[in-house]
Design a binder for this molecule. Structure first.
Ligand code: NAD
Ligand code: MG
Length: 390
C-alpha cells in the first residue's frame, strides 16, 4: 500500500490524481490532502478519502474545515500554514508526494519531500524552474525518486533509455523535442492580442487546467518554463531542447537519437495518463483515459514556433542560458504579471513586456542556497509590483 500526500488536492492536477487513486483502493491510501482556500471542496475530498491530515492556508480556513468535518466520523486532523505543508510532505507516514501546488508557493514543500527522500511526482514545474541545481542536488543527495508529471516531461521520461544517467551524449540523444499546442492564440490576428480578455486567454483548446497555467499556455511562457524544466530534469543543454508546435496535443513530446530514430509518446490529452504513470512507476495501471483513436484523428500537424508572436518563449531560453538567478526572476515576474492580467490590471501583451523589463533591471547572482532563491523571488515580486504601479 503506497501512502500518498497530495499537495494542492483541490486543483486541476489534484482532482485528476484523486480520480486515478479512487480507481485503485487496493494500491493507494491517502495520508494527507492540502488546499489553500477551497475549504468546501477539501471537506468533500476528506469525506471520500479519510486522510490522516488535511492542511489549509490559514487559521480561519482551518476552523472552517474543522466545522465542516464535525460529526463525520473521520480520522482527519486539520492543520494550516507553510510549515504544516513541509511537515506532511516529509512525514515518515508517507512514501509518495504529488507536488501539485501552483507557482513558487509550492517550492518549500516540494523541496521538503525531495529532502526527505520521497517518491516525488512533480507537477509544480515552477519549483524546479526557480531552484534548478539546488532541487536536483537535493534529489541526488537524499536518494529521492523524481518523476515528472508535466505531460511533455513524462513523455520524454518514457522515451529515454531506462538506465539514463543524465549524460545525453552517452546514449546517442541528439535532441529533446517539446511539443506545444500553441494555446488559444496560435492563429489569432497579432494586433488584436492586446485586447484579449482573461476569459478568452484561459480557454485552452485541448486541456482543462488551473487559471495560471492556462494564461502561461496562451503566452507560451508555459513552454518556456518547460524548456527550463527539461534542462534540469534531463541534464540537456538549451541548444538540444527544441519546441515544436503540434496543435492536436496527441504527441506529448519526443526524443531524437543520433541514428535517426525519433521516439514519441502519444495519447489523448488527459493528465490522468502521466499521473497514473508516476503513481505506479515502473508498473502501468488503468487511468480512466479513453484509448487513442488515430483513425478519428486522421492527421497530425506540426509547425515551428513564431518567437515574435510568443516573446515569452524567447525570454525563457535567454534566462536559461544566462544561468544563475535569471530563471528565478523570470518565474517570479511572470507570476506577478499573470495575476495582474487575471485581475484586469494590465493587458495581455504587457505580460511579456513587464517580464523583459524586470529581467533587465535586476542584477543576476549565483544563489547557491534556497534562502537566496527565496530572497530573489521576493525582491523580484516587489520590483514587478512597483513597475506595474508606475
Ligand atoms: P490549480 O490552480 O488548479 O490548483 C492549484 C492548487 O494549489 C490548489 O489546490 C490550491 O489550493 C493550491 N494552492 C494555490 N496557492 C497556494 C498557496 N499559496 N499555498 C498552498 N497551496 C496553494 O493549478 P493546476 O492547474 O492544478 O496546476 C498545479 C501545478 O501543476 C502547476 O505548477 C502547473 O504548472 C502544473 N501543471 C498543471 C497541469 C494541468 O493540466 N493542470 C499540467 C502540467 C503541469
Ligand atoms: Mg506541460
Amino acid at each position: 500500500m503506497q501512502k500518498l500526500c497530495i499537495l494542492g488536492s483541490t486543483g486541476s492536477i489534484g482532482v485528476s490524481t484523486l480520480d486515478v487513486v479512487a480507481r485503485h483502493p487496493d494500491r493507494y491510501q491517502v495520508f494527507a490532502l492540502t488546499a489553500h482556500s477551497q475549504v468546501e471542496k477539501l471537506a468533500l475530498q476528506c469525506e471520500q478519502f479519510n486522510p490522516q491530515i488535511a492542511v489549509v492556508g490559514s487559521a480561519k480556513a482551518a476552523s472552517e474545515l474543522q466545522r465542516l468535518l464535525l460529526g463525520k466520523n473521520l480520522k482527519t486532523e486539520v492543520s494550516y500554514g507553510s510549515q504544516a505543508l513541509c511537515d506532511v510532505a516529509s512525514s515518515v507516514d508517507c512514501d509518495t508526494v504529488m507536488a501539485a501546488i501552483v507557482g513558487a508557493a509550492g517550492l518549500p514543500a516540494s523541496l521538503a519531500a525531495a529532502r526527505a527522500g520521497k517518491k516525488v511526482l512533480l507537477a509544480n514545474k515552477e519549483a524546479l524552474v526557480m531552484s534548478g541545481q539546488i532541487f536536483i542536488n537535493t534529489v541526488r543527495d537524499s536518494g529521492a525518486t523524481l518523476l515528472p508529471i508535466d505531460s511533455e516531461h513524462n513523455a520524454i521520461f518514457q522515451c529515454l533509455p531506462h538506465n539514463y544517467n543524465r549524460h545525453p551524449s552517452e546514449y546517442g540523444i541528439s535532441k529533446i523535442i517539446l511539443t506545444a499546442s500553441g494555446g488559444p492564440f496560435l492563429n489569432r490576428n497579432l494586433e488584436s492580442l492586446s485586447d484579449v480578455t482573461p476569459d478568452e486567454a484561459v480557454a485552452h483548446p485541448n486541456w482543462v487546467m488551473g487559471r495560471k497555467i492556462s494564461i502561461d499556455s496562451a503566452t507560451m511562457m508555459n513552454k518556456g518554463l518547460e524548456v527550463i524544466e527539461a534542462h534540469w530534469l534531463f541534464a540537456t543543454p538549451a541548444e538540444q531542447i527544441e519546441v515544436l508546435i503540434h496543435p492536436q496535443s496527441v504527441i506529448h513530446s519526443m526524443v531524437s537519437y543520433n541514428d535517426g530514430s525519433v521516439l514519441a509518446q502519444m495519447g489523448n490529452p488527459d493528465m490522468r495518463t502521466p499521473i497514473a504513470y508516476g503513481l505506479a512507476y515502473p508498473e502501468r495501471i488503468a487511468s480512466g483515459v479513453a484509448p487513442l483513436d488515430l483513425v478519428k484523428i486522421a492527421k497530425l500537424h506540426f509547425e515551428a514556433p513564431d518567437f515574435k508572436r510568443f516573446p515569452c518563449l524567447d525570454l525563457a531560453y535567454a534566462a536559461l542560458k544566462a544561468g544563475q538567478t535569471a530563471s528565478t526572476i523570470l518565474n517570479a515576474s511572470n507570476e506577478v504579471a499573470v495575476q495582474a492580467f487575471l485581475d484586469g490590471k494590465i493587458g495581455f501583451r504587457m505580460i511579456d513586456q513587464i517580464i523583459a523589463r524586470v529581467l533587465d533591471k535586476i542584477a543576476l547572482s549565483s544563489a547557491d542556497d534556497i534562502e537566496s532563491i527565496l530572497e530573489c523571488d521576493k525582491e523580484t515580486r516587489v520590483i514587478t509590483q512597483a513597475l506595474l504601479a508606475s
